[in-house]
Design a protein around this ligand. Structure first.
Ligand code: BF8
Ligand code: SF4
Length: 630
């Protein structure tokens, strides 16, 4: 069985994806949808969270119908099994984001020691603000501040005492809620390690206690590792400002050397961007018959260089194999996360060179050129040079670039950029919300998942929200989906309700603001913290909501949990593997509400998901004494 058995509409709403998936089928190149079909029927125990491989007395499974085993060999019941599995999922997600953040900190440290040629402090004002936040001596030089900040951030991973510094950005009422529950995040690595410890056989066997640690671990991601990744990326490469660009497979150019940047980190990709502008490399490309060197992004590495450099996006998660089927990609350069092991297999069918650059992420069939802060600049040059030389090896017969008109998009909406657009304070936004012109704000974030028609959830929810005068911010793979749908052009304000439309037209901004990669979901929680502080309320009182309609990854699980623990109601479009425990499910869907003022909902139908978010936002307006359409 392959994806021919799914109707084409079931795969994607995007014309370029459909055209390339059809081409893959004709060429006999296997894709994610073929492999998904071959996994059917997927394991029902695993889908419910009722299987356990934590120790080798097992594997064990619990019968959800009560006819087979009700406990694992160690005696774990459904609550323990489900809570442990979810806790480990969140720990892996938090570890991934946070280890990415650590690479940024190490590079900042190397910059401060003059050991990272090509890297520099690009946003000294942000460095100053962070230095002040960490209580560093204001008289230090920029370099000394960078060194001291890097060391202070390394300390956030371990922490000898106290809690994560960035969490102090939140209203005191929120921190008090965390204290009451015992979930204030301590060191980033501490929380991840403790989650793994507690889920070892025979440690924490209280599902509530396990879930509380899962929340604390997620908070260590959001207000720790991910936030560090975002802030230090801004210090090193610049805080994003509104930048025009383009999106879809049409950004690949038949007559140019094409390099795709894929993964999550800006460390190597920024150096590739720089090298691609070097006259000697451009001259060599022309000598070989190419009109230029063209860069395109995929996934969150793509979002990083889109936000700061306007590099166009070739696509999101489910486009990573298909992009290579165009036959015009000289090189794909990856760092880590969300890079399917299948991708180098597809690259091998073409002339495409697949470069891995992180010692943490090696792939058979890849050319491995490891990054370090010391060699990053030279590595960027080497990667571009190898791609240029590879142009001559293209197979003209294998070129298949669908006729995809690129779509314009505006990205680069950091919190700083949004506040600047508002005239320097959140007050105009708050005024529009108080007046009811904008009903509230929503974050639509997350992945693609072959279980869901690609980008249908993202675009349907987003359209519904803006039509109801709700300002949407997005990140990650959602941001690519809505850009392809044309929602990131100022003209898309015409699709918004009259209130939001007027605000967008006055500010010349789209109704859907691209806030970055997935670690940049921390920009969103910083924004809600700023709004709550400005209003003098806790986050859960704000007319805001979030959705992850097509999520797949452990990182997304961590993000969802830190959003809820921060006070943001979050709707999931794909059911997490928790339904095997009624207790765990109830806690996530309602039990957290009482303690955190927020909880999850699960709603696969994007229209109904949007309706839940709208109702939530109108309810919060009522709570604040504002006019409500409830
Ligand atoms: O960190 S949205 S598929 S690419 S996990 Fe991955 Fe999901 Fe995309 Fe970015 Ni985020
Ligand atoms: Fe089975 Fe318990 Fe081991 Fe899990 S931890 S595999 S339930 S014995």
């Amino acid at each position: 069985m392959d994806h021919r058995e799914k109707s084409t509409e079931a795969i994607s709403i995007q014309a370029d994806t459909l055209a390339l998936a059809e081409h893959a089928r004709r060429q006999g190149v296997e894709t994610v949808w073929d492999r998904a079909a071959r996994q059917e029927p997927q394991c029902g125990f695993c889908a419910l969270g009722l299987s356990c491989r934590i120790c080798v007395m097992g594997p064990c499974r619990i019968d959800p119908f009560g006819e087979g085993p009700t406990h694992g060999i160690c005696g774990a019941d459904a609550d323990i099994m489900v809570a442990r599995n979810l806790g480990r999922m969140i720990a892996a997600g938090a570890a991934s984001h946070s280890d990415h953040g650590r690479d940024l900190v190490e590079t900042l440290h190397a910059v401060a020691h003059g050991k990272a040629p090509g890297y520099q402090i690009t946003d000294p004002a942000k460095l100053e603000r962070l230095a002040a936040e960490f209580g560093l001596d204001p008289h230090l030089s920029v370099t000394e501040k960078a060194k001291a900040l890097a060391e202070a951030l390394m300390e956030e991973y371990g922490i000898k005492k106290g809690y994560l510094t960035f969490s102090k950005r939140l209203p005191a009422a929120r921190l008090a809620k965390w204290q009451a529950l015992g979930i204030s995040p301590r060191g980033v690595d501490w929380e991840v390690t403790e989650m793994l410890h507690r889920t070892h056989m025979g440690v924490d066997n209280d599902y509530v206690n396990l879930l509380l640690q899962a929340l604390r671990c997620a908070l260590a991601d959001g207000w720790g590792g991910s936030m560090i990744a975002t802030e230090i990326s801004d210090v090193l490469f610049g805080t994003p400002t509104p930048t025009p660009s383009e999106v879809n497979i049409g950004v690949l150019k038949k007559d140019q050397v094409n390099i795709i940047l894929h993964g999550h980190s800006p460390l190597v990709s920024e150096m590739v961007v720089r090298a691609a502008q070097e006259p000697a490399l451009l001259a060599r490309a022309r000598e070989l018959g190419a009109a230029g060197i063209n860069l395109a992004g995929l996934c969150c590495t793509g979002n990083e260089v889109l936000m700061r450099k306007g590099i166009p996006m070739a696509g999101n998660h489910l486009v990573q194999e298909l992009a290579l089927l165009t036959g015009v990609v000289e090189a794909m350069v990856v760092d880590y996360q969300c890079i399917m092991p299948a991708v180098p297999e597809v690259a091998a069918c073409y002339h495409t060179l697949f470069f891995t650059t992180s010692a943490k992420a090696k792939f058979p069939k890849a050319v491995h050129l490891p990054f370090s802060p010391e060699n990053g600049e030279a590595l960027g040059r080497e990667l571009v040079s190898r791609a240029v030389e590879n142009f001559a090896r293209r197979h003209p017969a294998k070129i298949h670039l669908p006729d995809a008109q690129t779509v314009r998009q505006m990205s680069g909406f950091s919190v700083e950029a949004i506040l600047r657009a508002l005239g320097g304070t959140p007050e105009p936004l708050l005024h529009a919300i108080r007046a009811g012109q904008i009903r509230g704000a929503a974050a639509v974030v997350g992945c693609n998942n072959p279980k869901v028609t690609q980008d249908l959830g993202h675009t349907t929810i987003t359209r519904e929200l803006i039509a109801h005068d709700i300002l949407v911010v997005d990140t990650g793979c959602t941001a690519v989906a809505t850009a392809k749908a044309g929602l990131k052009q100022p003209e898309a304000a015409a699709q918004a309700g009259p209130g939001l439309r007027a605000v967008c037209e006055a500010l010349k901004i789209p109704p859907v603001l691209h806030m970055g990669s997935c670690v940049d979901n921390t920009r969103i929680i910083n924004l809600v913290a700023a709004l709550a502080n400005a209003l003098g309320v806790d986050v859960d009182q704000l007319p805001v909501a979030a959705a992850a309609p097509e999520w797949y990854s452990e990182k997304a699980a961590a993000i969802g949990c830190y959003a809820v623990a921060t006070g943001v109601f979050t709707v999931l479009g794909v059911t997490p593997p928790v339904l095997g425990s009624k207790n765990v499910t109830e806690l996530l869907l309602s039990g957290l509400q009482e303690h955190l003022g927020a909880c999850f909902a699960v709603e696969p139908d994007p229209r109904k998901a949007a309706a839940l978010m709208i109702r939530h936002i109108e309810g919060k307006r009522q709570g604040l004494g504002l006019d409500s359409r409830l």
